[in-house]
Design a protein around this ligand. Structure first.
Ligand code: NAI
Length: 707
């Protein structure tokens, strides 16, 4: 048997309960059992006059074992009754906190009679981020310490609060300077003082919930507001649990209310989806076949070629992480324009109060503008972000291949071009891969890392490791048109346009998709990104023979482009714009109708929201299954990360693959077959991917972490 992560030691007449469960002292079955045993030992030993609870390593208990929630027998009862017995002790119990006390860790601290924390400690109840609520009396004890308003605010956002704020709110009792040893010494000192004073222990559960300063009906209103946010059922569960804390006649009844609410949210599809994403994001860096100890290449200095929309954003993302950047442009004008945009971006962030002016200056100073490729000779990584033009990209790859030092990595931000061809042009394809950022590149979290046929595994591993440093979640994609995200988006846009030609309005299409919780439907999205950008990719794809033999394929976007209606920037696209407000555009409706006539597409007036959602989302799922089949993505969960981190797919739906699993893959297959029948399948739009069919038959999910 492995030694318990919990030990009970002595410091004179005080018992010290130590938790040592690296890396973050998370609670799991063995820790909870260790706590129960240690408490029993303390109770049996009357010679110890008080108990101090402390943690080894870098932090106090920073949460629970999230995988345990998937266990059908999971129960909060053993831990919660331990906390009850701990708090009920007649001898003082003092928590010595350092690092972060999160989730079950803060719940442990709140069950103690006194909380001493090291300066710099942060506390929080982040369960809501997994679609859950605190399940170990956090909803009952936090309102007693911090008041219901603060407690609600903390639990509904999952935000961590700093030491001073926690002290002022009454969550912590005392701060101490120094190190882990000092906080333990301060806790022992406090325990001795409490023993000497001989007063009754101050039990959090015995405190009243302070409601005096609240507006009348505040808690009922908080519940009503939270219930309106029905896509996140945990919000309402938190609000109801806090209301119960304030109104239940006894702590035990509040406890029962929390338990009911916790079990209620644990099995919601929303929480399951959010937990799926939590694990999915932690999996993306695991690359099959790559040795764990592969030596990585150093990345301390970076170059960016092209200071346009993307290059500027990429330079900012790098500078924000403290990396010096050489930013190369073709002309002084373009360089000045790019730098101006970067400066204005930082100034806007400072003006909003989100960044100190001094910090912004330091970041700008990290970016060295240049017109000479030779200035890139000493960088460890260079990211090319020039126009989407194969001849230009090949030319630049060749120049970079010559100029950057041996061992440096060459990346391209292309969104549609063949990374292998660009790699070949560099003359050193092992050093090349794609780093596909999303706009705005300093904001969007997703980075698709495109693995070329000849990319050195160490190059791939280095870039995957760099991603979190620059605030990105990276997903590996193989080489194919559009990689993972845009390839799937293409079928989504295809169906959106067919629906418009059949007679749906842009508002109807967007509205239907938005019922899933996507912030923006396809028409709004393309109007914002630019009809010209969207149309050009279709036209370019046509030139390389990549389009189906279907003249009606994305005919609308091409017609809008031809008319100079580029979306929001020209005041008209799928919608007409007054400022940023989209309004119905009768011209576009007429255009869709005339294209339908031209291409023999039947007009209908019976298009339902259900049909819109099924026709937009299920082909995407089908394309995702093909992407898995072809080995373009390593795992279904990676695809879900692409869509939630890069395309605004809502976290409570978990991504398209998770959504398909939750709705049932057999149902998805049945609907694809249905549309093949009613719409015809001359171009293979509705042909079911063999992998999807197989998973549906086996009852195995598509969103699995490992395939
Ligand atoms: P952009 O037109 O805003 O910027 C391109 C920049 O490259 C211009 O400033 C231009 O002066 C510069 N440039 C051209 N030739 C050059 C040369 N020989 N040396 C140095 N600089 C040169 O274009 P954008 O939107 O930034 O796109 C750049 C790349 O990023 C393209 O490959 C595009 O497909 C890709 N991309 C674009 C996204 C977007 O949303 N705009 C998203 C993801 C990728």
């Amino acid at each position: 048997m492995s030694p318990s992560p919990v030990t009970l030691q002595r410091d004179g007449d005080i018992a010290v309960l130590l938790i040592d469960n690296p890396p973050v002292n998370a609670l799991g079955k063995s820790t909870v059992q260790g706590l129960i045993d240690a408490l029993a030992a303390f109770q049996a030993d009357a010679t110890a006059h008080a108990l101090v609870i402390a943690c080894e390593g870098r932090t106090f208990v920073a949460g629970g074992d999230i995988a345990a929630f998937e266990d059908p027998d999971f129960s909060t009862v053993p831990y919660n009754s331990f906390l009850g017995r701990l708090e009920a002790l007649d001898r003082p119990v003092v928590a010595a906190i350092h690092g972060t006390a999160l989730g079950g860790g803060l719940e442990l601290a709140m069950a103690c009679h006194w909380r001493v924390a090291l300066r710099g400690t942060r506390v929080g109840l982040p369960e809501v981020k997994l679609g859950l609520i605190p399940g170990s009396l956090g909803t009952q004890r936090l309102p007693r310490l911090a008041g219901p308003e603060k407690a609600l605010q903390m639990m509904s956002t999952g935000r961590m609060v700093g030491d001073q704020e926690a002290l002022a709110a009454g969550i912590l009792d005392e701060l101490c300077e120094g190190n882990v040893g000092d906080v333990r010494a301060a806790a022992l000192q406090r325990a001795r003082t409490l023993v000497a004073e001989g007063g009754a222990p101050r039990r959090t559960s015995a405190l009243p919930v302070p409601t005096a300063g609240l507006a009348p009906g505040f808690l009922d209103q908080a519940v009503a507001l939270a219930e309106a946010q029905f896509r996140y059922p945990a919000l309402a569960a938190i609000a109801r649990a806090v209301r119960a804390a304030a109104s239940a006649p006894s702590f035990a009844e509040g406890e029962a209310a929390e338990a009911r609410e916790f079990m209620g949210v644990l099995r919601t599809p929303q929480s399951q989806a959010m937990r799926h994403l939590f694990f999915a994001e932690r999996q993306t860096g695991k690359i099959p076949g790559l040795p764990r100890d592969l030596p990585l290449r150093p990345v301390e200095r970076v170059g960016v070629v092209g200071a346009g929309t993307m290059g500027g954003g990429i330079a900012m993302a790098l500078a924000n992480a403290g990396l010096p950047v050489v930013l190369v442009e073709a002309t002084p004008e373009a360089l000045e324009r790019g730098l101006g945009l970067i400066r204005r971006n930082y100034e806007a962030t400072v003006a909003k109060g989100k960044l100190a002016a001094g910090v912004a200056e330091k970041r700008i100073a990290l970016i060295t503008p240049s017109l000479a490729y030779e200035d890139l000779s000493q960088v460890d990584l260079v990211i090319e972000a020039v126009f989407e033009d194969m001849a230009l990209k090949k030319d630049i790859a060749a120049r970079l291949g010559r100029v950057v030092k041996p061992g440096a990595i060459i990346a391209t931000n292309t969104s549609t071009l063949d990374v292998d061809q660009i790699a070949q042009a560099s003359g050193r394809p092992a050093d090349v891969l794609g780093m596909h950022f999303f706009s705005p590149a300093n904001v969007m979290r997703l980075l698709e890392v495109v693995r070329g046929a000849k990319t050195d595994p160490a190059v791939l591993a280095t870039v995957m490791k760099l991603a979190p440093r620059i605030g990105k979640v990276a997903v590996v994609s193989g080489v194919c048109y559009g990689f993972i995200g845009n390839r799937m988006a293409e079928v989504y846009m295809r169906e959106a346009e067919f629906l418009l030609m059949e007679g749906a309005t842009p508002a109807q299409v967007d509205g239907a998709v938005q019922t899933l919780g996507l912030a923006m439907g396809p028409c709004r999205m393309l109007d914002m990104a630019g009809i010209d950008v969207g149309a050009k990719t279709v036209i370019e794809l046509g030139k390389t023979g990549g389009l189906p033999q279907d003249p009606s394929y994305r005919a609308l976007v091409q017609a809008l482009f031809a008319k100079g209606q580029f979306g929001q920037k020209t005041g008209a696209g799928y919608y007409r714009y007054e400022g940023r407000t989209p309004l119905p555009n009768p011209d576009t409706l007429a255009l869709a109708e005339s294209l339908a006539r031209e291409h023999g597409i039947a007009r209908r007036d019976d298009i339902s929201d259900t049909e819109i959602v099924e026709r937009l989302i299920y082909p995407m799922v089908n394309e995702g299954a093909r992407i898995l089949e072809e080995g373009i993505a390593y795992r279904g969960s990676d695809i879900d990360v692409v869509w939630t981190a890069g395309y605004g797919f809502p976290d409570h739906a978990g991504g398209p693959m998770c959504l398909a699993d939750q709705r049932g893959l057999a149902h998805v297959v049945e609907r694809l077959e249905h549309y093949a029948r009613v719409r015809g399948n001359a171009h293979g739009y509705w042909s079911v991917s063999p992998l999807l069919r197989q998973r549906a038959a086996e009852g195995r999910p598509l969103s699995l972490g490992a395939n």
